[in-house]
Write a protein that binds this ligand. Structure first.
Ligand SMILES: CCCCCCCCCC(=O)SCCNC(=O)CCNC(=O)[C@H](O)C(C)(C)COP(=O)(O)OP(=O)(O)OC[C@H]1O[C@@H](n2cnc3c(N)ncnc32)[C@H](O)[C@@H]1OP(=O)(O)O
Length: 176
């Protein structure tokens, strides 16, 4: 992370601490309630510049016998960490994501995910994530990511017709 950082301020219209946050997109693999095969994460704004979510580790998420698949864990981090930019302004997309897998994460447990903005420079937002199974002092995974703020309409303009929600988006619904 660079030394010279911008001052962070919560966006006046962002969710209050404890409030459920709006999904990235109704069919987002991470947080979309209408995603047919998604994680269906519900994200809550935290204090400061943080977001929290809980994810029951289900059988279909298995990688090695009885434990979560690393890609599922990475996806969960990506989505929760990717929600933090909303606390300060425009949406951002993942440019870089690094995950440390510290402990096997068993099927049947509930994974607690916490993401927090470490700093921002221009459009770059540096975010860390941590996951535990109920005891915050015993993390089972950590992540670091760089998210780059975008102009949402311009960024998705060439792709929105492929969305499961294309009819709504192209009809001008103001979600994107
Ligand atoms: C409705 C909202 C939806 C939000 C969805 C969030 C879902 C959850 C998160 C995701 O899964 S997002 C999906 C996965 N990510 C992508 O598809 C992003 C694909 N990459 C891109 O579209 C572009 O590379 C990107 C927008 C990230 C950057 O391109 P730009 O042309 O806009 O910016 P530019 O390349 O000028 O980079 C801006 C700054 O970021 C820096 N940067 C960009 N990529 C980097 C990288 N990989 N590593 C380090 N730095 C990077 C770059 O050096 C520069 O730094 P400076 O401000 O210091 O000049």
């Amino acid at each position: 992370m660079p030394d010279e950082l911008d001052v962070l301020e919560r966006h006046p219209k962002t969710s209050e601490p404890g409030e459920l946050m709006r999904p990235h997109n109704m069919t987002c693999f991470g947080c979309g309630p209408e995603s047919p095969h998604g994680l269906h994460l519900e994200m809550y704004a935290g204090e400061g510049f943080s977001v929290d979510a809980k994810m029951p580790v289900q059988q279909w998420m298995e990688g090695g016998p009885g434990v979560i698949h690393g890609g599922i864990l990475s996806s969960a981090f990506d989505d929760v960490m990717g929600m933090t930019p909303r606390l300060i302004g425009p949406a951002a997309v993942t440019a870089h994501l690094q995950v440390d897998f510290l402990q096997p994460i068993p099927v049947g447990k509930t994974l607690h995910l916490h993401a927090e903005i470490l700093g921002k420079q221009r459009r770059k937002i540096y975010v860390e994530g941590v996951a535990h199974l109920g005891d915050p002092d015993r993390p089972v995974a950590r992540a670091n990511g760089l998210f780059v703020q975008i102009d949402v309409r311009a960024h998705f303009a060439d792709h929105v017709e492929n969305s499961a929600k294309a009819a709504e988006y192209l009809g001008g619904k103001p979600q994107l």
